[in-house]
Design a binder for this molecule. Structure first.
Ligand code: 0PR
Length: 386
């Protein structure tokens, strides 16, 4: 398409946009079963629009936006039991959160290897390539979490950081972060916890008595934690937060920014919108711990219901769900995927585990599961899966 010569009316353009949007699948349709995102709370949209023109890269003009950002970071530090010396940084999401954490580790240690489990998110491949680091993959146990013995053996004087995951992308599994933390603490190894998914659900399940391990700064050896508000935080894309145990580590990676009012920047991005920050601030204030607890327990209820219905039709999951992620084992992955897509259902294939992933986000209800299961059963029968 050529760059337009003449401008069009607002009405015509909005109509065009509407046509694009009609081709999207809204979360409200209930057909998106594999995503880690969800429909943001209505307040997120209002908050986002209010701060649309603000730039947190040059906050002198936007002192209000800056103050709001600081308060959001304080709330996240509180959620993650961060010590007084800790500091947070807004990022665009899990990928940038991981990148910034590993940049801190590399800068502090000067070392060139990062130890990751096989279930680490693919963002670490990007990070290794950008920073010229070597990835060492640590073995996992039968529960698909890091094996402590393998970790002990793989650590070396070249290790810049160990990565543990709290809510893995494929399974929602939580690495044994307390044990990993102890080992890393003893060995003086930097430990980054990728809680992009788990960060906004594990704390609220724990508050309700779910038996889940500590994953944040309560664990001594944890150096950095990244969480995403645009996943279980129920806010708008793009918004993540990475928190470091010692604020000086951010100073260590900062560069001088002489032309803007934030004189030192440790963020990857320069110009960045206050919109998503306002959305996350608003959603967190609107829900509070109680609101998130309610969402978290509802998501777990739908997870257990989905698991029960899957078992009833003769299907099983790779692990017992730990969080609201369900990984369904199938022998004929391609055919099952094809059948489900043809019926309008969207799940995510995980070839490595011969399975497909579903995430019981807040937009998934029992009613949707009741519509999905008969379609899945039909597809599985057609391809001889059950
Ligand atoms: N860390 C973990 C544990 C993740 O699961 C993800 C994304 C990231 C980091 C990277 O986060 P950003 O994508 O925000 O940079 N996990 C999901 C995935 O790749 C993201 C996703 C979201 C996928 C919505 C599909 C979808 O519809 O599977």
């Amino acid at each position: 398409m050529a760059f337009p010569t003449h401008g069009k009316s607002e009405r015509d353009i909005l109509e065009e946009l509407h046509e694009f949007r009609e081709k999207d699948i809204p979360f409200s349709s209930g057909r998106i079963l594999g995503s880690m995102c969800t429909k943001p709370l209505p307040i997120a949209e209002k908050a986002y629009m209010e701060f649309l023109e603000t730039n947190l890269g040059d906050p002198e003009h936007f002192m209000g936006a800056w103050e709001m950002e600081e308060q959001l970071l304080e709330m996240i530090k509180d959620l993650l039991h961060a010590p007084l010396d800790a500091a947070g940084q807004i990022v665009s999401g899990g990928t940038e959160g991981n990148l910034l954490a590993i940049l801190v580790a590399k800068s502090l240690t000067g070392k060139k290897e990062i130890v990751v489990p096989s279930h680490a998110h693919f963002s670490f491949n990007k990070i290794a390539s950008i920073m010229n680091l070597k990835l060492r993959v640590v073995d996992t146990s039968d529960a698909h979490v890091i094996s402590i013995n393998s970790l002990r053996n793989i650590l070396s004087d070249k290790t810049a950081a160990v990565v543990a995951v709290a809510g893995s992308t494929e399974l929602g599994a939580i690495d044994p972060i307390e044990e990993i933390g102890e080992l890393c603490y003893d060995e003086h190894v930097f430990l980054h916890v990728d809680a992009a998914f788990g960060g906004f659900i594990i704390p609220f399940l724990k508050e309700q008595g779910y038996d889940l391990p500590n994953f944040d700064f309560l664990v001594n050896g944890v150096s950095t934690v990244s969480v995403d508000a645009h996943k279980m935080g129920c806010s708008a894309i793009p918004l993540g937060i990475v928190t470091v145990r010692d604020r000086r580590w951010f100073e260590d990676i900062s560069v001088d920014a002489p032309y803007v009012s934030r004189k030192k920047q440790s963020s990857i991005l320069g110009t960045r919108s206050g919109g998503p920050v306002a959305a996350a601030y608003a959603v967190i204030k609107h829900l509070g711990r109680e609101g998130y607890q309610e969402i978290a327990s509802r998501c777990m209820e739908t997870t257990f219901y989905m698991k029960q219905r899957l078992n009833e039709v003769g299907l099983d999951t790779v692990i017992e769900p730990v969080l609201n992620v369900i990984e369904v084992k199938v022998k004929n992955l391609k055919e099952v995927m094809k059948g489900l897509t043809a019926k309008g259902w969207h799940v995510n294939p995980v070839e490595r585990l011969s399975s497909f992933r579903m995430v019981m986000m807040p937009h998934i209800t029992k009613q949707i599961i009741d519509e999905f299961i008969p379609d899945l059963e039909e597809v599985c029968k057609e391809v001889g899966e059950i």
